[in-house]
Write a protein that binds this ligand. Structure first.
Ligand code: C2E
Ligand code: MG
Ligand code: MG
Ligand code: MG
Length: 291
């Protein structure tokens, strides 16, 4: 890439990237053109069924492949895009690319689900469910294989409006999940009103499991709560096998994390999937826990 071939420029320009996740006005003005010129790219991170070790889905995670600054994480431009409203065309582009990729995978005989992250503005737009329906039709992807991720706090900005959009999405037959579960301030009563099928436990709790008994208790009780509400739990931030095995013992259904597979570009995903499944066959067989 340009960034790799011009290390001098990277060093000189990187100082202009503020650490607080906001873009300089200059970079922000580049974002619309970046979206039009395919600099906004997706990486995909595998999601694993904890009982079988099979990869059952992928989360699409956006990056900005900037010609000077290199690969920028979402924290560097998504907050700015939310403020300016550019997040709506970004969501549309992400949805379109993720579904195109899912269709390719399905044509290859890989029935992987694909998850896309939404933003507040998507949930406040009554037209959004229609866009999702049209994108699904355009790519011929089975509705049940699309997952849309929202956070509790997103849905609380304007609960009446966003609940209507969420119900329309649920009616389409796509899967909805609560992302970063446990970091918001919503009540259980509120959670129960959301038409979601999955809880994604925030990675801070999952990453804490190896050295912190409070994190273990939080994850364990979340798995139990979800079971009682009829929800599937996804643990994000699984960084090692000990955590994966502990999650299995708790009855957590799905895991995602650097210890299983990092987000990678589409052309590397199937190699990563094969490597994960080969490795986990050993890890999960090693320590059979009897009921
Ligand atoms: P998220 O949806 O909670 O995504 C998970 C984030 O955790 C990703 O960071 C992923 O790389 C990271 N992660 C996964 N496993 C591990 C692990 O084991 N350890 C650690 N330390 N981190 C792990 P990423 O890609 O930087 O995304 C950050 C956030 O940006 C996402 O959090 C999501 O809120 C937002 N985002 C990403 N893509 C999109 C998008 O297309 N649209 C919108 N609106 N937001 C997006
Ligand atoms: Mg997410
Ligand atoms: Mg998350
Ligand atoms: Mg997050």
């Amino acid at each position: 890439s340009a960034a790799r071939s011009r290390p001098d420029r990277v060093a000189r320009y990187s100082g202009r990237l503020p650490a607080d996740g906001t873009l300089t006005p200059h970079l922000m003005s580049e974002l619309p053109a970046a979206l039009a010129s395919d600099q906004i790219v997706l990486h995909y991170q595998p999601q694993v069924a904890v009982d079988t070790g099979q990869v059952i889905g992928v989360e699409a995670l956006v990056r900005w492949q900037h010609p000077v600054h290199g690969l920028l994480p979402p924290a560097a431009f998504i907050p700015a895009a939310e403020r300016t409203g550019l997040i709506r065309p970004i969501t549309r582009a992400v949805l379109d690319r993720a579904l195109a990729y899912a269709a390719d995978l399905h044509a290859d005989g890989r029935r992987l689900a694909v998850s896309v992250n939404l933003s507040v503005r998507d949930l406040l737009d009554a037209q959004f469910p229609q866009e999702v329906e049209q994108a699904l039709a355009r790519h011929g992807v089975d509705r049940s294989l699309l997952e849309l991720e929202v956070t509790e706090s997103m849905a609380m900005v304007d609960p009446n409006r966003s609940l209507r959009v969420l119900h329309d999405l649920a009616e389409l037959g796509v899967r909805l999940s609560v992302d970063d579960y446990g970091t918001g301030y919503s009540s259980l009563a509120y959670l129960q009103r959301l038409p979601v099928q999955r809880l994604k436990i925030d990675r801070s709790f999952v990453m804490g499991m190896v050295h912190d008994s409070a994190s273990v208790a939080i994850v364990r009780s979340t798995v139990e709560l979800a079971r009682n509400l009829g929800l599937t739990v996804v643990a994000e931030g699984v960084e090692d096998d000990a955590t994966l095995l502990a999650l299995r013992d708790m009855g957590c259904a799905v895991a995602q994390g650097f210890g299983l597979g990092r987000p990678v570009p589409a052309d590397r995903l199937l190699d990563v999937v094969d490597a994960i499944e080969r490795r986990l066959a050993g890890v999960l067989a090693d320590t059979l826990v009897l009921p």
